[in-house]
Design a binder for this molecule. Structure first.
Ligand code: M6R
Length: 595
């Protein structure tokens, strides 16, 4: 996820672009840049780091320009990998948000045709493709360029000989701002609101042009179209959160896309890691907090799909544990890639002779430099302190790894792998269905959970770690004491705490533990605790439970993704009812860089 903005009008573009980029910083912030054109030339100023590092003194005055704030996916954050990108002759400049899946092949062809590249990004191919096709008609060159691109993109292109900005989108957002004697284009509405509240949302395949006076759009069939003009009533702050009251809720709702982006281009050919290089008979997963819970779910996924034994360690414990005789293949999971405990554990694993892999959301983060292999989750930036979409995408990567290893080990055949892949393909839609109907969750949060002093979460098998994660989320943002347990463990002690004032959230899935879970629910009911059951179908459960939340149909192995979304929403709405500081809970930081 990156933020892009373009301006054309009667006012110097530099400051307008910077202001727009600041409004889009929530989309990425590892580097930034702007390109501005006067009558003869385009000048670019771009740097690694925050927008404030840009020095606009070096930018010529001009009323046309494009800007970019980056969330790195291909090529580490650096000055060279920052946008905008020039073509070879510095006649045109582009900004891009998205991922060009076929950039390696395109770059190869372009280099053979004599183009010189200055970065490691996928995006730079766009500048050189436009250059390759340009024969005086910029719109024609961009149209030919996008026909060659596979993947996701929102792009804006400027040329020193044209007083216009050309744009196009496919699976990445782009919106036009209609001003008076000025027009803008941006990844999101906040970048436009200082100029106008009249916007046009583009659709996939759209390509178009803004000048100072007008906006023209053509659809993917080449027909000129009129996209409806909408009037935005949000404040800038509301708009940055996409109309959601909190980043956390926005990020919960971004999960269908985050899931899709995390398996895009990886379902069949997962070639970021060549597992054939490693002899993997034992896996250890090491992480902290929510990432530890993702690792615990991963243990069930990996053992089921690959038959490989999988162990777990908390990073803070692993570092100081006695060395083992074995050298398991060790996977580190960290949203930020900056958690001190996890980085310390990665150093220790290396010292012990383990081969290591990191799963992280942040390109080139410190953890990535400590390990042999890296897989990125592609969730986009997560601003809310409580991890939501990054947990979900960590699970997606664990499914992908397990399918790959299962095939290699001969534990599953290609047909079984395809069944698993189909489950992944269906997940975004299933999460969407769940998110479209949250009334029951909202109501239970307000009526049952917000007043509780203690809440228990129970599950069995693969949903036991989901219970742990549900409890952690509630503690973090609602400040209510909560504990997650395997359902069979309550009778070994916690039963002493159950009363009619301690709600129990029970995860009940139609797997081989279903009958046992029914028994556990009966035991809890006997202690008169209010039972909220998260399940697939009501069946006998409505007789035993006080509240029921039904999730869309899904196989047990993939159910943690859906169940966890329900638990995220319980935490969110409970905290909301209590008026908590949801995006910045007390005493917590987004990444914990101290031991
Ligand atoms: O960035 P990491 O995934 O390494 O962070 C680990 C934990 O600090 C993190 O998951 C923490 O538990 C979050 N606040 C969870 O919402």
């Amino acid at each position: 996820m990156c933020g892009i903005v373009g301006y054309i009008g009667n006012t110097p573009a530099g400051d307008i672009l910077l202001k727009g980029l600041r409004r889009l910083e929530y989309r990425g912030y590892d580097s930034a840049g702007v390109a501005v054109k006067d009558s003869d030339n385009i000048a670019i100023e771009k740097k690694k780091g925050r927008i404030d590092n840009l020095d606009l003194e070096s930018i010529i005055t001009g009323n046309v320009g494009i800007g970019h704030t980056r969330w790195a996916t291909h090529g580490k954050p650096s000055d060279e990998n920052s946008h905008p990108f020039f073509d070879c002759s510095e006649s045109l400049a582009i900004v891009h948000n998205g991922i060009i899946d076929n950039f390696v092949a395109l770059k190869d062809e372009l280099e053979k045709a004599g183009h010189n590249f200055s970065s490691q990004t996928d995006s730079e191919v766009i500048a050189h493709l436009v250059e390759e096709y340009y024969q005086g008609d910029l719109m024609d060159a961009v149209t030919k360029t996008v026909s060659k691109l596979e993947g996701s993109y929102a792009i804006v292109v400027m040329h020193r000989d044209h007083d216009a900005l050309i744009f196009s989108r496919n699976q990445s957002p782009l919106v036009i701002g209609i001003g008076t004697e000025e027009n803008l284009v941006a990844s999101d509405v906040p970048a436009l609101l200082d100029h106008t509240n009249e916007v046009k949302y583009l659709q996939d395949g759209d390509i178009g042009r803004i000048t100072t006076e007008d906006v023209k759009i053509w659809n993917d069939k080449g027909l000129e179209v009129e996209r409806e003009t909408k009037v935005i009533k949000w404040s800038v702050e509301d708009a940055e959160k996409g109309g959601y009251e909190h980043y956390m809720l926005k990020e919960i709702h971004e999960q269908p896309k985050a899931i899709h982006d995390s398996f895009l281009g990886r379902l069949v050919e997962f070639n970021e890691v060549d597992f054939s290089k490693y002899d993997i008979d034992l896996i250890n997963i090491i992480s902290c907090g929510t990432s530890y819970h993702a690792g615990l779910v991963g243990k069930y996924i990996i053992e089921e799909i690959t038959g490989i034994q999988c162990m777990l360690d908390l990073a803070s414990e692993y570092r100081y544990s006695s060395s083992t005789e074995k050298y398991p293949f060790t996977i580190f999971i960290s949203q930020s890639g900056e958690t001190a405990d996890t980085i310390g554990a990665a150093k220790e694993a290396k010292r012990r002779g383990c081969k290591t892999l990191a799963i992280t959301n942040v390109l080139d983060s410190s953890l990535t430099r400590e390990v042999d292999e890296v897989i990125y989750t592609q969730a986009g930036p997560e601003i809310g302190v409580a991890a939501t979409k990054t947990f979900t995408t960590q699970l997606i990567v664990l499914y992908l790894i397990a399918i790959q290893l299962g095939l290699r080990k001969g534990k599953i055949l290609i047909e079984q792998a395809e069944t698993y892949r189909n489950e992944l393909r269906r997940l975004p839609r299933r999460v969407e269905v769940l998110l479209n109907d949250v009334d029951a969750i909202q109501d239970i949060s307000e009526r049952v959970l917000a007043d509780a002093g203690d809440i228990f979460f129970v599950g069995r098998n693969i949903n036991y770690p989901v219970a742990l994660e549900g409890a952690l989320k509630l503690k973090e943002i609602a400040y209510i004491h909560a504990a997650g347990y395997p359902a069979g463990e309550l009778k070994h002690g916690p039963f002493a705490l159950l009363t009619n004032k301690t709600p129990v959230i029970a995860i009940c899935i139609k797997d081989h533990t279903f009958e046992k879970m029914l028994g556990n629910i009966g035991e809890i009911a006997a202690r008169e605790s209010p039972i909220i059951c998260v399940c697939q179908e009501e069946m006998e459960l409505e007789k035993l439970c006080d509240e029921i939340v039904v999730i869309p149909e899904i196989s047990p192995l993939f159910s943690p993704v859906l169940i966890n979304v329900v638990l995220q929403l319980f935490a969110y709405y409970t905290a909301y009812n209590l008026g908590r500081s949801i995006d910045k809970p007390r005493n917590l930081a987004k990444s914990v860089t101290v031991e």
